[in-house]
Design a protein around this ligand. Structure first.
Ligand SMILES: [Zn+2]
Ligand SMILES: [Zn+2]
Ligand SMILES: [Zn+2]
Ligand SMILES: [Zn+2]
Ligand SMILES: [Zn+2]
Length: 301
């Protein structure tokens, strides 16, 4: 494969950054306070639009928590039982988050259908005010997370997600305004269903990606063919086979492989070059078996 996409590779930085985790904790705290208020006001003013938005926001907080834990776990050392440390807990948590979202979608759709059937007494003014505060909270979160977005892929995706969510809040404010103007309360369950659709779209991706990671599939963004071809371009590398790639966490990946060397005497230099190359391709933990060109390998799967 001749196409190169190096600009898309994740260059991971291992330095622990107290400032970024502090900003994350503040963002999680203000969002949590808002979500509790949004759930309460959604029930109080009979708005499934607000409840749906609150369910979505709660899962976002969960996602931010996972990003923070992943960020902090990078410096946690391994134990005798967990030789890789606890980093993979982030994969399990992402998968559980997607399952939680699927359950929430079912609940939201059920509530919306019920509102169509029995009618809604949703208050347009309360919806506008509550979702309006949500826009402010989203804006604050975007500012808080923007500091770390160039350094960590997880933070960047949380930042972009929050930016998109601001549009959802604007939509909920608009639905409240329409209810106020027209008194047509069925607009509220329609808004709820639209939000459910947005959650289905974003959580399907989360479910698919985390399912691949749970089953030790090759993580999104790593192209095995591309890696294989570029490894062959490294001087002294005659062949590469029996490659396995799997995730260690939502941000770190591992590789094992066999490398055939033209000149075994240059093993140390070639090993350094391969390790550097793999780190640039978001593979932080690699274990290599070296072979001479005369060796007949049984494991060329
Ligand atoms: Zn490359
Ligand atoms: Zn969201
Ligand atoms: Zn194997
Ligand atoms: Zn190692
Ligand atoms: Zn081999």
């Amino acid at each position: 494969m001749s196409h190169h996409h190096h600009e898309g590779h994740n260059h991971h930085h291992h330095g622990y950054n107290a400032e970024i985790s502090k900003r994350f904790i503040i963002a999680i705290a203000i969002n949590l306070i808002y979500v509790i208020a949004e759930f309460y006001l959604g029930y109080r003013y009979d708005s499934v639009g607000l409840l749906a938005d609150a369910g979505h926001n709660l899962s976002d907080i969960f996602g931010m928590g996972i990003s923070l834990v992943a960020f902090l776990m990078l410096k946690k050392s391994s134990s005798e039982t967990f030789t890789y440390g606890f980093r993979k807990a982030t994969v399990l948590a992402s998968f559980l988050n997607s399952i939680f979202l699927i359950a929430a979608i079912g609940l939201i759709i059920y509530e919306c259908i019920e509102k169509f059937a029995v009618g809604s007494v949703a208050s347009g003014g309360a919806i506008m005010a509550t979702a309006g505060i949500g826009i402010v909270i989203n804006g604050m979160t975007v500012v808080l997370l923007s500091a770390g977005k160039e350094r960590d892929i997880n933070i960047k995706s949380a930042y972009l997600h929050m930016l998109a969510d601001t549009l959802v809040s604007v939509g909920v404010v608009a639905s409240g305004g329409l209810i106020m103007l027209t008194n047509m309360t069925w607009i509220d369950p329609v808004a709820g269903l639209i939000i459910a659709g947005i959650i289905i779209y974003s959580s399907w991706e989360l479910f698919r990606d985390s399912f691949v990671l749970v089953l030790d599939g090759v993580p999104n963004g790593i192209d095995v063919k591309h890696l294989h071809n570029e490894l062959l371009d490294i001087p002294n590398v005659d062949g590469v086979h029996h490659i396995h790639i799997w995730p260690l966490s939502t941000t770190e990946n591992a590789l094992t492989g066999h490398v055939v060397l033209r000149d075994v005497a240059l093993i140390d230099d070639t090993k350094d070059k391969i390790k550097d190359f793999l780190k640039q391709h978001n593979i932080q933990h690699s274990t290599l078996e070296f072979e001479s060109i005369h060796y007949c390998c049984a494991e060329s799967c």
